[in-house]
Every structure is written in structure tokens, then in C-alpha cells.
Design a protein around this ligand. Structure first.
Ligand code: ZN
Ligand code: ZN
Length: 414
């Protein structure tokens, strides 16, 4: 009788690097990673173009592609995932925005796009904004604050469009900029009008909130207007359960990743002591993953953010140190997963080199391990060693390949 197989997707965000990272080596080459190298010894390695060769991935589009979806079809912008990620209910056809609490003067000149990176009173501001009421009565507005100045806003109603510009000047010392339709149809014009009405209302509501009066007395910038950007419409995305019949869970901290997981129908969990920062206890994600698999889940996705953040900061030493923490996570998984039944893939969602400090289109190393995987001769895991790997160079579709090893794919043809 066939045993029931299990699958683990482990993503270290921004894992890939370039030889210019650290004295002629990539950070992954420079890091001491005995456990990650052990994966290479046991598995098949290669290079992954997260979307396809010559495309510079965002983390959101890269993850969709890695999960086997075509971002050109399902991606409309990050607003949808951010809104889902902070716990908002988003339905098909809803238009979502990322928002900032910002500071304007009485002539609506934008003085601070983040209201002094406000850390207080988010709930009070959120509560006040529940009174946003568009004059088009068939449209509902939902707002939720997340951390500091950040939040998300969702518009629900028939015939709304995400083809509008931002209500955000994207700089300070200038007049407020309003949304404009990007196409000349009724939906886009109506949505832009709605957005601008909401922004004006947000000023009328927020300027009178007691928190803002107090902040002004203290000489702090008041959070007296909402900026809306990144309009994106929720499209229909078939869930991983519908496509493959798997029961899955995502273990992630960042709102964007939680949102993507939710959009794909995964349950989401946060591990204790994880912060997204350098001090994050990411080993707890591995512990939680092992527990979830033992408790009956078929599939666990673990997202680790730190390597990408270090690379955006041009900090090679921090990225190397973080990769060594990822190595401990891998060590725990090697020790505690049931290798007679589990397939694991480890990779990054893109390359983030130290000198450039942002995502590039270079491919990123990848390794698959498990009972049905034929190992190659590669014994280390980095950008150079995997050039000799058995997987060659693949484009996206990491999760379908992983699920293929687990015998979860439907046959194409007869
Ligand atoms: Zn990323
Ligand atoms: Zn990044």
C-alpha cells in the first residue's frame, strides 16, 4: 500500500546573490551552512527563474509563480494580498488599496506621508474611519489599520475598477494628488470619483479625532488624511485544495505572504517569537511546521523574510548571518521530518544582491529532497555548485513539481 506523502515548501526570501556580494562570493557561498549543504547532498539541485528568464520578480508575483499560478493572469497588484494579509474579508470584484495615515495642512499640502511614522492610536483612527460614507449608496467601504501608518481599504460594489491612479502625491511639500481614471470607461471614472470622495471625507473625519488634537499640542504631525495607492481588484484564483486536493498551512509573518497564502486557500499560522527582524526566532517556524504535519496537514509553506531585508539594506554580513539562521531551521527539519514520507523543496523567491540592493532577474538556487527524488552529485548548495545540478534551470511551478513527487497531480491527457 502506498504511504500518504507530505510536502514542505521552504522559502528564504531574497536568498540568491551575486559574486559581488562579499569578497568574490555570494552570501550563500560565504555562509557556513552544513545543513543546507546536506539537502544538496541528499537531493537534486538546480537554478530557478522564479517567473521566467529575464523577468525581475516582485515577492508577490514570484510567490504566485512558484505556487504554479501565472502572475500575468492572477496578479492585479499587491493591495488585495495586503488587505487579506491584515485580516480583511475580500471578495471577488472588490477593489483594494494600501493606505497611509499622512499629515496635511489646511490647504491639503502633504507635509508627511507617514504622519511621523505614527505608532499610537491606530485603533482610534480606524474606528473614526468606520464613518466613511460614499455618496454612491450601492458601494460599501471597509477600512483596517495595520502597523504604524499602514492600513488597507476595500471598496465593494458592482462595476468597480482598479484602473485608476493613486490618491497619493508620493512626495512631501506638494498639494494632495487625487485619483484619475486610467481608461475612459464608467467603472474607472466612478471608482476614481469614489476614492477622491473618501480621501476628502477622511480629512474631515480625522482632523477632529482627539488623538490628532493631542498630537498637535505635542508638536507631532497629526494623522489627518488617508492616502490610497496600488488599486487592485480581487480576481478568481482556484485554491490549492481545488487544484490538488491538499490540506495546507502557511507559516509566515509578513502581511503580503499571509495574504498570498489566504488567496490560495491555505490556512495561515504565526509562530511564536517571530518578528520579521534579525532577532526573530525563526526556528519556531520549523517546530510549528513539524507539528502541523504530525497533526494531519499534507502541505506546509514556511516563509522566512530576513535575507531579503538585509540585502535591501546592502548589508552582506547581516545576510550571511541570517542565512546561517536559516541553516538552523533546515537542521531542525532534517532532524524532525519523517523522510520516508516527506518531500521538501528549499529555494528563494528571487535574487537580491548586496550591491544592487533590490530584486534582480538572476536565477536562484533550488533543491528538492525526498524519497521519490533521484539525487545528483552536488554536495553544496549555492549559486555556483548547483550549476552542475540535475534539475538544470527551471521556470516557476515549484509547487506543482513538489506535488508531482508526492503523486498529487492529475494526469494531463489519458
Ligand atoms: Zn521576495
Ligand atoms: Zn525584497
Amino acid at each position: 500500500m502506498a504511504i500518504h506523502l507530505k510536502a514542505v515548501l521552504l522559502i528564504a526570501d531574497g536568498l540568491g546573490g551575486r559574486p559581488t556580494d562579499y569578497y568574490g562570493k555570494t552570501c550563500l557561498e560565504a555562509a557556513h551552512t552544513p545543513n543546507i549543504d546536506e539537502l544538496a547532498k541528499r537531493g537534486v539541485t538546480g537554478l530557478l527563474d522564479p517567473i521566467k528568464p529575464g523577468v525581475r520578480p516582485g515577492s508577490d508575483t514570484a510567490h504566485l509563480s512558484i505556487f504554479g499560478y501565472n502572475p500575468e493572469k492572477v496578479y492585479t497588484g499587491r493591495g488585495v494580498f495586503e488587505a487579506l494579509g491584515i485580516g480583511m474579508n475580500v471578495k471577488e470584484g472588490d477593489v483594494c488599496f494600501r493606505t497611509n495615515f499622512a499629515t496635511v495642512d489646511e490647504k491639503l499640502n502633504v507635509l508627511d506621508r507617514r504622519a511621523g511614522r505614527i505608532t499610537e492610536g491606530a485603533k482610534e483612527l480606524e474606528k473614526a474611519l468606520q464613518n466613511l460614507k460614499p455618496s454612491q449608496p450601492d458601494v460599501k467601504v471597509f477600512f483596517k489599520a495595520s502597523t504604524e501608518h499602514r492600513g488597507a481599504l476595500v471598496l465593494r460594489g458592482k462595476g468597480l475598477s482598479d484602473e485608476i491612479t493613486d490618491a497619493d502625491p508620493h512626495k512631501t511639500g506638494v498639494k494632495m494628488v487625487y485619483a484619475k481614471p486610467l481608461v475612459s470607461n464608467d467603472s474607472a471614472m466612478r471608482t476614481a470619483e469614489l476614492v477622491n470622495e473618501i480621501v476628502k471625507q477622511s480629512y474631515d473625519i480625522l482632523k477632529n479625532v482627539s488623538l490628532n488634537r493631542k498630537r498637535e499640542e505635542e508638536g507631532k504631525p497629526p494623522a489627518n488624511i488617508l492616502l490610497l495607492r496600488g488599486a487592485s481588484i480581487k480576481t478568481e484564483i482556484p485554491s490549492l485544495k481545488e487544484l490538488y486536493g491538499v490540506k495546507g498551512v502557511a507559516i509566515a509573518g509578513g502581511a503580503l505572504y499571509i495574504g498570498i497564502a489566504k488567496a490560495l486557500g491555505l490556512e495561515t499560522k504565526k509562530a511564536e517569537g517571530t518578528t520579521g527582524g534579525a532577532d526573530s526566532k525563526i526556528i519556531n517556524k520549523a517546530k510549528l511546521a513539524v507539528k502541523e504535519l504530525r497533526d494531519g496537514k499534507d502541505f506546509v509553506f514556511i516563509h522566512l523574510k530576513g535575507a531579503d531585508s538585509c540585502a535591501h539594506d546592502h548589508d552582506a554580513e547581516a545576510k550571511i548571518k541570517y542565512i546561517q539562521k536559516v541553516d538552523e531551521v533546515v537542521g531542525f527539519l532534517i532532524e524532525n521530518l519523517d523522510w520516508e514520507e516527506t518531500h521538501l523543496v528549499f529555494t528563494g523567491d528571487h535574487t537580491t544582491p548586496i550591491v544592487y540592493g533590490d530584486h534582480v532577474s538572476d536565477p536562484v538556487p533550488i533543491v528538492f529532497v525526498g524519497p521519490n527524488v533521484t539525487a545528483d552529485d552536488v554536495e553544496e548548495f549555492n549559486e555556483k555548485s548547483v550549476l552542475k545540478g540535475g534539475l538544470g534551470r527551471i521556470s516557476g511551478r515549484v509547487v506543482p513539481i513538489l506535488f508531482g513527487y508526492c503523486n498529487w497531480l492529475k494526469k494531463y491527457g489519458s
